[in-house]
Ligand binder design. Structure first.
Ligand code: DP6
Length: 325
């Protein structure tokens, strides 16, 4: 019982930071993201009686530890649904470098969920796939959706999943991922979610997000790039303010991160349509439009501290790749 699936990562415009329930990955707030085309994970899951234990091969190398434990726990959820007790071999590869500031857990758990469900012959709705992917990694629930996705925070396991705000072809916003450092992050997101509520600013952030969600939805539907960009920057800065003021504090930025924020603001003053957003790391996602993408990419590549620029755009929902394809 074997299947392969591919899924895109996503970049959040309104971010998930802080959980109501960490075991179930129930977020403190709703979030909105764009699923990406070029940053993908492709995963093959093979369930067979010959396997004595689950195995995980990541970009050609067998890995154990917490990565395997997380994958195995996720496979348990799907095995329970299918009533199957077979162990599996999981082979997975990313199109983007590890630690590039592109969330491999989002595309990884979306691809794993879709591939394992297909291998087990489970016919699941998009909502069910999103809910399941969320249990593997919170942000993965948004990668089940093509294009612009909103994760409805919900109140419990059943009603916390992502829905589509607009399909990928609705609006060709470009995301240039400027890699400043490819070091793995010192503090995983899960630790940050755990301590977010210790920030005295957290309640204020939740109020800000409540107002931002309908505004971001509107900016997407109306293709209002200025509105989207302003909201994306405000939300990224708000999330990093929570990180800075948590106990103990978290600082993901490097000096070059700040330098790049200032550059983006300067380029905008010069008339270039570009805005930044930053996840739990030092790398900067620069949002722009097709007519400016070559120019912005050129400026990014000219900066001595930018190691790599990964161009992305709106991507489709995950799909199962037929065997032999
Ligand atoms: C900063 O969902 O990646 O990217 O459950 O540990 O996998 P895990 O956390 P994850 O946290 C997302 C954090 C973020 C913001 C976002 O994508 O919404």
């Amino acid at each position: 019982m074997r299947a392969t699936a591919t899924a895109g990562s996503n970049i959040a415009i309104v971010k998930y930071w802080g959980a109501r329930d960490l075991a179930l990955n129930l977020p403190a707030n709703g979030s909105i993201s764009l699923t990406l085309d070029a940053a993908r994970t492709t995963t093959t899951v093979d369930f067979a009686p010959a396997y004595e234990a689950d195995a995980l091969v990541l970009n050609g190398r067998e890995v154990g530890g917490t990565a395997l434990a997380r994958v195995s726990a996720h496979l348990d959820r799907l095995r329970a649904l299918a009533g199957v007790n077979l162990r599996a071999r999981v082979e997975t590869a990313n199109t983007f470098p590890e630690g590039s500031g592109i969330a491999s857990s989002a595309s990884g758990f979306a691809a794993l969920t879709v591939a394992a469900a297909a291998a087990l012959g489970l016919r699941l709705s998009e909502r069910e796939l999103s809910r399941l992917a969320r249990l593997g990694s919170g942000s993965a629930c948004r990668s089940i959706i093509g294009g612009w996705a909103e994760w409805l925070a919900g109140t419990c396991d059943e009603d916390s999943y992502a829905v589509q705000v607009a399909p990928p072809e609705h609006w060709n916003v470009r995301d240039l991922v400027a890699v400043i450092s490819a070091e793995p992050k010192a503090v995983p997101s899960a630790k940050g979610h755990e301590r977010a509520a210790s920030s005295p600013l957290f309640e204020a952030r939740l109020r800000q997000v409540e107002e931002a969600l309908p505004a971001v939805r509107r900016a997407i539907l109306e293709r209002d790039f200025h509105a989207l960009g302003v909201l994306a920057e405000a939300d990224a800065l708000s999330m990093h303010a929570i990180m800075l003021t948590s106990a103990p504090p978290l600082l993901y930025w490097l000096p070059a991160t700040v330098e790049l924020i200032r550059q983006v603001w300067q380029w905008r003053l010069e008339g270039l349509p570009c805005y930044f957003t930053i996840d739990a790391g030092p790398n900067v996602h620069v949002l722009t439009l097709p007519q400016a993408v070559a120019h912005v990419a050129e400026r990014l590549r000219a900066l001595p501290f930018v190691r790599q620029v990964i161009p992305c755009g709106p991507g489709p929902a995950p799909r199962v790749i037929p065997s032999g394809a």
